[in-house]
Design a protein around this ligand. Structure first.
Ligand SMILES: O=C(CO)[C@H](O)[C@H](O)COP(=O)(O)O
Length: 219
């Protein structure tokens, strides 16, 4: 089975968590694209979606799913998104697709976070995947120096501008033993919009695509 087939299996498995008549939070990435394909089969049964990126918005609209502005929505029942790494506490690194800030905002509003991954994303300790940090452009060098003080090696993601007009620093060589503390520390650096650690608000349900089917994990 290919990695993409495992992503697809996880994406389609998330459909069982979508309730009729609700607004669904939709993440970003290749695994979520499979979920959006699945969601399109229910488009007449849901009210619509709130999207975490321009890319997901485009795909949702193309498939006939109404996309609402988050400011016009009080409640999101489930938020479905992928991850770059996830540990057994359901803490994640996200932001490989540079959509981390909007993802974190939509996730904060949702009652339940359903994480969909293939089995290569499960790790014992977060940090092999470089941690994305969204930064206000004029603060880039200052934030990079502060990230070095925290033990990381930040690298400017050349040529990438986020949907919010900011830049991304990818932080290499971090062994993140306490994701909640590290998330809070990095977010406290002036000029950081947010970082890709999703630990203070982790996943509630993890759906892992494997060659033997989809495993469901809850804490
Ligand atoms: O956080 C993300 C985008 O910002 C994605 O969820 C993450 O990068 C996983 O992507 P994929 O499903 O393509 O492997």
């Amino acid at each position: 089975m290919t990695q993409d087939e495992m992503k697809k299996a996880a994406g389609w498995a998330a459909l069982q968590y979508v309730k009729q008549g609700t607004i669904v939070g939709v993440g970003t990435g290749s695994t979520v694209n499979h979920f959006i394909d699945a969601l399109a089969t229910m488009k007449d049964d849901i009210e619509g979606a709130v999207s975490s990126s321009e890319a997901s918005t485009k795909k949702l609209i193309e498939l006939g799913i109404e996309v609402f502005d988050l400011n016009s929505v009080d409640l999101i029942d489930v938020y479905v998104d992928g991850a770059d790494e996830i540990n057994d506490r359901m803490d994640m690194i996200k932001g490989g697709g540079a959509a981390l800030t909007r993802e974190k905002i939509v996730a904060a509003v949702a009652k339940k976070f359903i994480c969909i991954v293939d089995n290569t994303k499960q790790v014992p300790i977060l940090g092999d995947f470089p941690l994305p940090v969204e930064v206000i452009p004029m603060a880039r060098s200052y934030v990079a120096r502060e990230l070095v003080k925290l033990g990381g090696d930040p690298v400017y993601r050349q040529g990438v501008v986020t949907d919010n007009g900011n830049v991304i620093l990818d932080v290499y060589n971090m062994q993140i033993l306490d994701p909640k503390v590290m998330e809070t520390k990095i977010n406290a650096i002036v000029g950081v919009v947010t970082n890709g650690l999703f630990a203070n608000r982790g996943a509630d349900v993890l759906l892992v695509g494997t060659p033997d089917g989809v495993n469901t994990i809850t804490l």
